[in-house]
Design a protein. Sequence first.
Length: 460
Amino acid sequence: MFTFVASLPQKMALQLGELHFCALARAAGGSPYIARGTRRLSTLNVTVGPKSAAGSAKVDQSGDSTVVTDTYDADKITVLEGLEPVRKRPGMYIGSTGTKGYHHLVFEVVDNSIDEALAGHCSKVEVRIGADGFVEVSDDGRGIPVASVAKTGKSALETVLTVLHAGGKFGDGGYKVSGGLHGVGLSVVNALSDVLEVYVWRDSKKYSMRFARGIPQTGLLEAKDSGRGNGTTVRFHPDPQIFERGLLFQRDVLANRLRELSFLNAGLRIVLKDDRILEAEDHDQKRSVEYKHDGGIKEYIALMCKDKTNLHTKPIFFSATRDGMTAEVVLQWCSDSYSESIFGFVNNIKTIDGGTHIDGFKFALSKAINNLGKSTGKLKSSIGNLSGEFIREGLTAILSVKVPNPEFEGQTKTKLGNPEVRDFMRKIVEEELSEYFDLNVKIFADILEKVRRAVHLLLR
């Protein structure tokens, strides 16, 4: 038995709530993993021992000490089934129950549509904000499968909406690359919505289901196809029992992310409609806005650098695919900029804390410029290598990497940890840049001159 001993002034009142000393209680029961003993503290006398015959904790407040007994046994184990864990701890699945988590529901549904686009089966995604608080996400992909799943005994549609970690992202036969920060998908959106409706157009038929807080309210309904073609529509309303009061969907939050996705997925058409804005209203926000960028991240970097003086007319762009990984890289040095701005994305997720893809890029960039500078005689071997810090001065770069099994570090999932991605980026960046600078001698000379000026200013 563990005993905590301390004197309490007689005039002090000790209020005891429900105390859980799981590990200590196990020790009191004779666990071989925790030695018995006594520890002296300054404020409280608590003895942890076995339960009373009635099975409840015993509290003794005699004299200047208090004794609390509790135990940890099989009766204390709680099993949450289905989507109960999501409703019990929503922050574990969407980050928060505030504004960020509220909007993350939309992005989880959109990510499913983007996965269809990455697989080459979707050309349009539409997000509609309803005046009634609902959000509707539609795409022209293949439509969620509806056939029965042997493991669950349910239709594939019901399975992906009611079973955690079910979907095409987790098996070898589904998506090769998938987006989404948490990868929890439709089942979590379903669990955290008081109403969710899904419509699927597939194989010349229309299917639908309705749910309330993750529980099916209808079976899989089937009807004749209206002729609209394949696709999926998910319509949902966030549960006010889960989220903070007074939350509304913010158009700018959705618009910024959807625009970013349109740059990262060249040629994909993304439409945002806001039914809360009347056609007759006279202000800058349009009821409907469309994003489509055939130039992808090349257009994105042009937007980022539009108010700067570019050192070279066209941005440097290249892409490569190896070992199931794909990377798109675009670089722009600006003569009137003295800081670096490197934006990394992995499977459309913005990695604000960097990671192995950024590390590999920086290493290869420095190596390519130093090696080429020395081999062409533009850099003297005697002075050593130029620091990467000087090479990246005035550089804006966007790295969009697609990885089959990304491993994110930290609680916020904004830093990539895959070591193989570092090696991948080192190889392709060094190879592509070396070839580019060999063919574009003037641009290389201009970049090298900017680096020299940066070094000179520091040493002056």
